[in-house]
Design a protein around this ligand. Structure first.
Ligand code: PMV
Length: 327
């Protein structure tokens, strides 16, 4: 049996604006997806059922790309510590971990750029050809990741990602961001509203808003400025400033219609014990996050409001093999 794992992610800055070319910053969180692959008789299986492209598009696409459609059958088991469909990148974590497991199974090199590329393509295939590489790159590389439409001087450039989308070729520059040692005393508290909202619907809602009110493009461009300032403050360990910028990012996201009363409520509660708080991911439900040096207090306050929480350091390790065949 081979087992690999990869982390989920939380977007600190730049969701929605990244769709319009602005930078976005995410951190890997301390909640992972584990995937185990064991040879079996008969057909490929996923958690005991037949592996099907309709139900398991990410794994089928990785299997076809790495081993080929007619490869020896395997039984796949998945265990996830992430809230599903909550904007924490569970499908990207599944893709990165699945990719590593299948590469390891076939004795291929576990090159991070290759894993990020294959996982991004699997995610794009599953999402009608559209996906930014932020989730899959963060799950693969771990730590803190910045994606932009240009190489940014304030982060470490890792690779470029291109994707043929229904709207033509798109290109992203993927960077990792070094965090200062003081970051080990700072925590993110991720709070889940329990409300499932579709990322595609929210991205469409923002597109419609911008088409009807072009002046809202100012909010998008300000989100890009906030993301750049946020990375700079984070790199310098200025968490008070990071928190202020997170608060502003939440207000900007509200101004383009992607917050909701439950998110606003949890953000307000969390701000009492944190440097700052904002929705994370597509919005409309899903999750919020707070940056804090009092994680127990912030988590307890959110739980009192009925939210489920994950407390995580800023960054976690990227994709890893948990074990592999020993010859
Ligand atoms: O899938 P989520 O909830 O992590 O959010 C995706 C972030 C968006 O910027 C809203 C969409 C995108 O493709 O980047």
């Amino acid at each position: 049996m081979v087992t690999a794992s990869a982390p989920g992610k939380a977007i600190l800055f730049g969701e929605h604006a990244v769709v319009y070319g602005e930078p976005a910053v995410a951190v890997a969180i301390d909640a992972r997806v584990y995937i185990s692959v064991t040879p079996c008789e008969g057909i490929w299986k996923m958690d005991g059922y037949a592996l099907e492209s309709g139900r398991h598009p990410h794994v089928v696409s990785l299997r076809n790309a790495i081993l080929g459609e007619s490869s020896e059958p395997q039984a796949i088991q998945i265990r996830s510590e992430l809230f599903p469909a909550a904007g924490l990148g569970s499908s990207a974590a599944l893709s990165a971990a699945g990719c590593a497991a299948l590469l390891s199974l076939s004795n291929q090199d576990l090159d991070e750029e290759r894993i990020a590329t294959l996982s991004h393509l699997a995610e794009a295939n599953a999402q009608g050809g559209r996906a930014s590489p932020i989730d899959t790159s963060t799950s693969t590389l771990g730590g803190c990741v910045l994606v932009s439409n240009q190489k940014e001087s304030f982060a470490n450039w890792r690779y470029s990602r291109t994707l043929e989308t229904p709207e033509g070729e798109r290109m992203w520059e993927v960077h990792s961001v070094d965090l200062p040692p003081s970051a080990s005393d700072i925590w993110l508290v991720v709070g889940y509203t329990g409300i499932h909202a579709s990322t595609a619907d929210l991205v469409q809602k923002v597109a419609d808003l911008l088409a009807n009110s072009p002046n809202k493009m100012e909010s998008i461009s300000r989100m890009g400025d906030v993301a750049r300032a946020g990375v700079a403050a984070l790199s310098q360990g200025d968490y008070v400033e990071v928190g202020k910028l997170m608060d502003e990012a939440h207000d900007l996201l509200s101004s383009i219609g992607v917050s909701c009363s439950e998110l606003d409520d949890m953000v307000t509660v969390a701000r009492r014990t944190s440097f700052g708080a904002k929705l994370t991911g597509a919005g409309g439900g899903g999750c919020m996050l707070a940056l804090t040096d009092k994680p127990e207090e912030t988590a307890a306050a959110l739980e009192m409001r009925g939210g489920r929480v994950i407390v995580t350091p800023l960054g976690a390790s990227g994709v890893v093999m948990e074990n592999s065949y020993e010859n």
